[in-house]
Write a protein that binds this ligand. Sequence first.
Ligand code: LRH
Ligand code: MN
Length: 424
Amino acid sequence: MNITKSQIQAFEPDEFHERSLAILSEKLEKSGLDITDLISKIAAFQIAIPSWALGAGGTRFGRFSIGGEPRNLEEKLEDIGILAQLTKKTEAVSLHIPWDIPEDYMQIKAKAESLGLKFDAMNSNTFQDYGQKESYKMGSLGNASKSIRDQAIAHNVEVIRIGEKIGSKALTVWLADGSNFPGQAHFRNSLQWTIDSLKGIYREMPSDWKLLLEYKPYEPNFYHTIIPDWGTSSLICSQLGDRAKVLVDLGHHLPNTNIEQIVATLMHQNQLAGFHFNDSKYGDDDLTTGSIKPYQLFLIFCELVGGASDGAQAWDSISWMIDASHNVKDPLEDLIQALEAIAIAYAKALLVDRSKLEEAQNSGDVAGAQEILQAAFQTDVRSLVAEARMQSGGAADPLEVYRSLKVRENLIKERGTGSKATGL
Ligand code: LRH
Ligand code: MN
C-alpha cells in the first residue's frame, strides 16, 4: 500500500497546535533555548526498525494474528516505508538472519532505496535451530563442543557477508547461551569459549564495521546466561577491540536496575554501542517504548544528551533501534507510538538546563537539581515534536492518518487475514 505526500498533508494539525507551539516557543526562548535548533535536532533523530517486529508477536501461551502481516522482506520494507512517510522518524531497518535473508541482494537494496531506507545493524541468530548441521540447544559461541562453536562463528561471518552486500556496517550479537540448573555449565570455560569465538568473528569484520554485544540476565536460560549484564559485555568488548561496544536493550535488566547510570558509565568509557528500545514491567516484556516507565526513558536521554555535549561519547557513534514484540496491538500502530515516545523523551532531555543542574549537583542542592529535571520532564513538548515532523514532510498525527487511511484494512485486503511475518 502506497501513501502519497498529499494524502498525508491533507490532514491538518489540531486547532491548538500553532498556539501551543507559540506559547512553548516563547517559554523556551525565555530560558535561552533556540527553537529552530531544537526542531532540527528532533527532526534529525532517526531510529531503526527491527524486521522481526512487523507481525504479531506471541508467547508460549499463544499468538493472535493481526491480519495483513508482511509475507516477505519486500513487504516488510513497504511497511517500514509507511512508518517512515508518516513519522519521518525512521530511515533504516535492522535485519535478523535467517528470518530475513534477501533472495536478491541488488533487488532488495534497490527496493529499500526506493522507500528511502537503508540497512542498519545485522542480527545473527544462534538461539534457534533452523536446519543447521548441529543444534544450538546447549549453546552456540559458548558451547562445550568446538564444532558447534565453529558453526556459530561461521554463521556470524555469513551474516556479516550478507550485510556487506546490502550496505550494513554493524553486527549485533545476542547470545541465549547459558544454563538452567546449577552444575550444568562451567562458568569460566563457557565464558572463555565465548570470548575466543567472538574474537574469531571480530577478526572477520571489515575495518569500518562495529560489533554490538547485547547482554540479557535470563530467558531462555533461567539459571545463568554467559553475558548477563553490561559489565560482562563491557569486559568482553575490551578484549575484542574498540569497534566492539555494549548494546543496551531496555528490557534486559533485573527489576529496578538503574539503566540511566549504566548508560552514563558506558558513555564514560566510550563503550556504548546503542539501544534496543522497548519497555517492560517485569521481565523482557518487549512492550511499547515509554508506555510503562516514561520517566526512566527521559532520564536515559538526559545521560545521552549530557554525555554527548560533554564529549564523553559522540552522539553519531551510537546506534538507535527499537526491539519490541506486539502481542495485542497492531505492529505499525505500536511502532508509531514508540517512535513518538522516543522523540518526546529526547525533546524533553534537550530542555534540561545542564549548567544550572551541574551547579545544583556541585552545591548539594538536591531539591533544586530534581526541580530542574522535573521542569523539563513536565513540559508538554508534543507540539514541538509534531512541528519537527511536519517540517520534515510527515503527518501532523501519524496514528490518526494511519487509521483514517485504513492502512491495516487495506493490507488485509492485499495480504489476507492469515498472512504471517517471520520473526518472534
Ligand atoms: C533477545 C532480543 C535480541 C534479538 C531478539 C529478537 O531478547 O532482544 O535483541 O535477537 O530479542
Ligand atoms: Mn534486543
